[in-house]
Design a protein around this ligand. Sequence first.
Ligand code: OGA
Ligand code: MN
Length: 213
Amino acid sequence: MDRSTTFPSEHLDSFIASLAEQHWGRSSALFSTSLLQGLREEALTHFAQDEMDAAGIGKSADQEQSIRKTYIRWFQEENMGPAEQELWQRLDALRVILNRTCFLALRSFECHFAIYPAGGYYRRHLDQFHTDRSRLLSFALYLNPDWREPDGGQLRLFIPTKNKEEVVDIPPSLGHFAMFQSAALEHEVLLTHKERVCVIGWMKTGPINPLSG
Ligand code: OGA
Ligand code: MN
């Protein structure tokens, strides 16, 4: 089988089971170390070559600074390094697997590198825009070797439960992957004390055909 489109099955199965039962799933065993290291190098090269932009939210630049401090670069299908290409293929394979196993209709995905400088963060938010509901599943793949708890920068998920909410913190360590329903889970990136590198993306539905007749 094509190496670029397969996943270790026992890890994939438990990841998908938790995604289907809860609103989210995590795994640290879906991607090879060589792919993760390649992605990290490509992200850092983009950053060093000044190919990443300060991320924007909404319209007001002032508001943005207070909610989010990070640099991003979108993957561009026609212009990707080898590791970006391999990840792109694997994410597309994952999209197909999710459609089959979770009865979804994911048509496409989009993703970007994100680099948070020391002092970076992203305040609590929801990923789905009110004006655009095409983002169904959010995902994050972390690219930071030797991450320790005092380094901060955890992804904090707020899981809605019956009466209150549960908090889950995911460290941005090399290979950690998280996926969650974009419309259901608020989340934040805690203040990072070290440069923090990751890929962030969204699995998307297509437009829903209006009822005719
Ligand atoms: C986002 C986001 C999480 C992270 O970009 O919407 O929530 O860990 N990122 O960087
Ligand atoms: Mn988000």
